[in-house]
Design a protein around this ligand. Structure first.
Ligand SMILES: C[S@@+](CC[C@H](N)C(=O)[O-])C[C@H]1O[C@@H](n2cnc3c(N)ncnc32)[C@H](O)[C@@H]1O
Length: 309
């Protein structure tokens, strides 16, 4: 694997051509509805088949996203990682009118640092986070719309309901609320999740989720980028709309550009802290295949309201 790989004009042209070919015929509109309405069932079956064996633990998590560390854990882990100096700059200051302090009881109410992971799957980020925030006055919420995935999280030996609350929740549902009040979160994390949602719904999802961030809180996003190998290798007949595809198992994937990511979070009223394309070259020597990987990595902060004169 090589990091920060520059693409040649030829690489770009090859990718562009292959995507043009694999998306020249789209699945007819009348056959597309099920991929949106039954998305939860497709993912639930996915976890029925693969259990917790498909995704790997996100071991890069604290290196790339030191903002996940509660104040008490920051120096400890950042020293270990020798990582991003921004780590120390990222905590939301508790607000005087913090809604969390004014409403009825909810899990994690007494923690001073609260994280939500959306689309947590079987917990490949959840358990590294739980094991880091224990005894740090922090609390993790994690949700997924697949009941099987959430059950696997709860059955894991490291699941601990004194620091974590896992629940089934579909973030595309407009009229359901989260088990905590608005403006109560320091961090929201989505890892390869927004890409699995229909592109017409993603903006609404980000808007709604952002209402749960405290002022100064941060949205952390990692996902598929445009021209990634996994987009290029799609066969004809899997494309739903531009840069949006369905896999053989019915789950879907969208491939983002930097500009789209920027618009998505800015439209939700958040301010850019980081928005980058992570480009790498992976080589499978046995099969003699070179794969250009493109991932988006972004951080957007909820601003404080302008103070009254
Ligand atoms: C590619 S998997 C990533 C899982 C996990 N974040 C990880 O990094 O291993 C996408 C996850 O998003 C979940 N998901 C997709 N759409 C969702 C929605 N509308 N509401 C909640 N979860 C959703 C799926 O069930 C699946 O677990």
């Amino acid at each position: 694997m090589w990091d920060h790989v520059q693409w040649t004009e030829e690489d770009k042209e090859n990718a562009r051509q292959r995507i043009e070919e694999n998306s020249c015929t789209q699945i007819p509109l009348k056959e597309q509805g099920k991929f949106d309405t039954d998305a939860c069932q497709y993912w639930d079956k996915f976890y029925g088949r693969h259990q917790d064996k498909f995704f790997k633990d996100r071991n890069w998590l604290f290196l790339e996203f030191p903002e996940l560390l509660p104040p008490g854990a920051k120096s400890e882990v950042t020293n270990r990682c020798q990582s991003d100096q921004q780590a120390v700059l990222t905590t939301a200051v508790p607000e005087k009118d913090d809604a969390a302090t004014q409403t009825a009881t909810f899990p994690g109410q007494h923690a001073s640092f609260r994280i939500l992971e959306v689309g947590c799957g079987v917990g490949n980020s959840v358990f590294p986070i739980i094991n880091t925030i224990k005894e740090k006055d922090a609390f993790l919420y994690c949700c997924d719309f697949s009941p099987r995935a959430i059950q696997l999280v709860k059955d894991h030996p490291d699941y601990d309901d004194s620091v974590c609350h896992a629940f089934v929740h579909d973030v595309c549902e407009e009229n359901t609320s989260m088990p905590f009040p608005p403006r109560s979160l320091d961090v929201i994390l989505t890892v390869f999740v927004l890409s699995s949602i229909h592109p017409n719904r993603i903006q609404g999802v980000v808007n709604r989720l952002s209402t749960y961030l405290k002022h100064g809180g941060i949205f952390l996003f990692r996902d598929h980028g445009r021209y990634d190998f996994s987009q290029v290798r799609f066969k004809k007949g899997r494309c739903l709309s531009e840069n949006f595809y369905t896999r053989g198992d019915g789950t879907c994937v969208y491939f983002f550009t930097k500009e789209e990511v920027h618009d998505l979070f800015s439209n939700a009223g958040l301010e850019e802290v980081q928005n980058l394309e992570d480009r790498r070259l992976q080589v499978n020597r046995r099969e003699k295949v070179a794969m250009h990987r493109v991932w988006m990595q972004s951080k957007y902060r909820k601003l404080y309201p302008p103070s009254a004169p």
